[in-house]
Each structure stands twice: as C-alpha cells, then as structure tokens.
Design a protein around this ligand. Structure first.
Ligand code: NDP
Length: 331
C-alpha cells in the first residue's frame, strides 16, 4: 500500500522527531544554596510525557518565593530528588500529547502551575527550561488577549489569591485587608477581592512608592506601612489576607467572627495557613476576568528577564521588593 509506506518513510519520521529534540537548555541545581547554585545545563534531558500529561514548549516562565525557598533547601524533607530544574509557573505551547489526554492538542497555547502540590514532591523538571511536562488537568488555555509573559506571571499567584480568599469565605459586601498588596499574590488578591468576590471595601499595605499602584489595582484604602501601623488604625475588616508574614498583627484588625489567612510565617489564632494547590479548571474559571481586563496581570517593570538572566531574576525576587511578578521571557 503506497499510502502506508509514505507515512512511515524516513522523511516523515525525521520531521516528527525534529520537532521535539532529546536535549534542551534548562536551569538546574544539584545542591541546595543561594542563587549561585543555579547552572545553565545546555544538554538537559527533555522530560518524558507521562499518562495524562502534555509536553509544553516553554515560551515564558515566572519566579515565586517558593522557588527560592525550595532552592535554599527549606522543603528538603518533601522535595523531589536533586538535581532540580526549578520553576512552577509556565506559559507555552503544547507540542506533544500523552496517553489519556482528552482536552488539549498540539498547538494549544496554555498556562498553569506545573506541580499540583508545590511542597509535596514537586516536579524535578520545572518550567525554567525549554520544555516541561505537565498534567493536562493543571493547565488552562492562555487567556485571549494576554501574551505569554503576562500569562506566565499568573498561575501560582492567582491560584493562591483565589484559594486564600475562598477559604476565608469572602463574599459580596464584606471588607478585606490585603497585607503586601504590591507583590505577586497581593496585587491579584486586591483585584480578585473587588472584581470576583464583590468585596465592598478593600484595604492594602505597601511602602510609599507603591501607594498609587494599590489604588490603581482597586484598593479603597491604601496604607503606607512606612508611615502608619495598620494594626493601630481604627478600621477593622471582615477578612485579612496576609501575604507578608504578619500573622500576629493581622489578627488585631479582623472583626469579631472574621477570618485571617496567612501565607507565610507564624500563625496566631484565629488565623490559619494553607498551601496552594494547582488546578487548571480554576484558571479556566478566572479566564473571563482576565480576558475582559477586569483582572490584570502585573509584571515587575525591572523584567521580564531573558532566559540567560535567571540568576539575576532570582536575586531580584529575593530582595522582597518586586512589584507584581518576576517573569522570565523569552525562554
Ligand atoms: P513577592 O516577592 O511578590 O512580594 C514582594 C512584595 O512584598 C513587594 O511588593 C513588597 O512591597 C511587599 N512587602 C514586603 N514587606 C512588606 C510589608 N512589611 N508590608 C507590606 N508589603 C510588604 O511575594 P509573593 O506575593 O509572591 O508571596 C508573598 C509570600 O507568600 C511569600 O512569603 C511566599 O512564599 C508566600 N506564598 C505562600 C503561598 C502558600 O500557598 N502558602 C503561595 C504563594 C506565596 P514593598 O516594596 O512596598 O515593601
């Protein structure tokens, strides 16, 4: 049969395998430590695509504080084995589809957080690479109208903002104070509180230069923490969302019966902490807000950092002064 022999010709095989090489560039570390442990591996193995997974050609990635904490060895007990290719956030194009994948196909533009539980056995081969393998269920189609750099900055931060607000029971008409409103998570928490959860009043904290930004994100009350102690102000809130690690102060500004969620640091009752889970369907639910522009990604203007400058990007993130997301683009 002519057709069958044509489809299995050497030329066809070469074309298919040329699309996804066996080796790729990836940032990796084989020992825990500061940003200097990161090395560019020019011949890392392209990850295998497992059942339910797709292979994503990474267009953009983003850093989160958890990448730095993991690299420093803070989660050794539950980490994947070294060497590690870091990176949870990705935006890119599906180039290969594993068995059992139902929704996604080659060519789809996607974004997501690549490990379901960031601290419990996260993927060894992360998004700071040319390719990364991800479960279909952790990905969503890239919001229309956003570019790859914008989309890459969203997943971990917006999922955290959303899950945190959801867990507090924030509902329409309630008030919320976001501690750390100018960071990756806080900038999205302000917007989601207002645009998705219908909060009647949103307060937020940042340093002097970022006060106007807080207002532009939708904060009704912007508190300059270099000038005022939020816990000494008369305003009390139904919900406090602490993205700084001020759990002891956070509980002082919550109304009786209110809810305090802390992302990091010590927990003071009634405050509680949680660790974000990745979920593509939550991103899909948030896509309309991103596509309409009601919720906007905020990329730190110092970046995006090109792939060659991942070490510099980490160092910048670790100053703790980033405004919105530290994005790696192009990869
Ligand atoms: P970022 O690095 O984006 O936060 C930087 C921002 O924090 C800066 O804009 C800075 O503003 C602000 N900031 C620092 N100190 C203060 C302060 N005292 N008061 C108000 N703002 C302050 O971090 P993320 O938003 O990505 O993450 C925040 C924290 O939450 C991290 O510790 C992270 O590890 C944790 N986290 C936990 C998750 C979980 O599942 N539990 C998930 C995601 C994050 P300025 O320059 O004005 O000080």
């Amino acid at each position: 049969c002519v057709a069958a022999s044509a489809s299995s010709s050497p030329a066809a095989t070469t074309a298919a395998t040329a699309e996804v090489p066996a080796a790729m560039k990836a940032w990796a570390y084989d020992a825990y430590g500061d940003a200097s442990v990161l090395k560019l591996d020019e011949a890392a193995a392209v990850p295998a695509v497992g059942e339910g997974q797709v292979l994503v050609k990474v267009a953009a990635a983003a850093l989160n504080p958890v990448d730095a904490k993991r690299r420093a060895g803070k989660f050794q007990a539950t980490d994947s084995p070294l060497p590690t290719v870091p990176g949870y956030d990705v935006a890119g194009v599906v180039v290969k589809v594993g068995g059992g994948v139902k929704g996604l196909k080659e060519g789809d533009e996607v974004y997501g957080m690549i490990s379901e539980k960031p601290l419990e056995g996260p993927k060894q081969s992360g998004s700071l690479a040319e390719y990364t393998a991800v479960e279909e269920k952790l990905l969503a189609l890239k919001p229309k109208g956003l570019d790859f750099a914008q989309a890459a900055g969203l997943p971990l931060a917006i999922l955290t903002a959303n899950e945190g607000l959801e867990r507090t029971g924030l509902a329409a008409g309630k008030s919320v104070l976001v501690l750390g409103g100018a960071g990756g998570v806080g900038s999205l928490a302000i917007q989601l509180a207002k645009q998705v959860y219908g909060a009647s009043k949103v307060g937020a904290t940042a340093s002097t230069k970022k006060i106007e930004l807080l207002k532009s994100l939708g904060a009704d009350v912007a508190i300059d923490y270099t000038k005022e102690n939020f816990e000494e102000l008369p305003d009390k809130y139904d919900v406090v969302f602490d993205a700084v690690g001020q759990g002891d102060k956070a509980v002082k500004v919550v109304k009786e019966g209110g809810s305090v969620v802390v992302l990091t640091g010590a927990v003071t009752p009634p405050g509680f902490r949680f660790v974000v889970s990745s979920n593509g369907s939550t991103l899909e639910k948030l896509n309309p807000y991103l596509e309409s522009g009601k919720v906007k990604p905020l990329i730190d203007p110092t970046g995006p950092f090109p792939f060659s400058q991942v070490v510099e990007a980490f160092s910048y993130l670790e100053t703790g002064r980033a405004t919105g997301k530290v994005v790696i683009f192009p990869v």
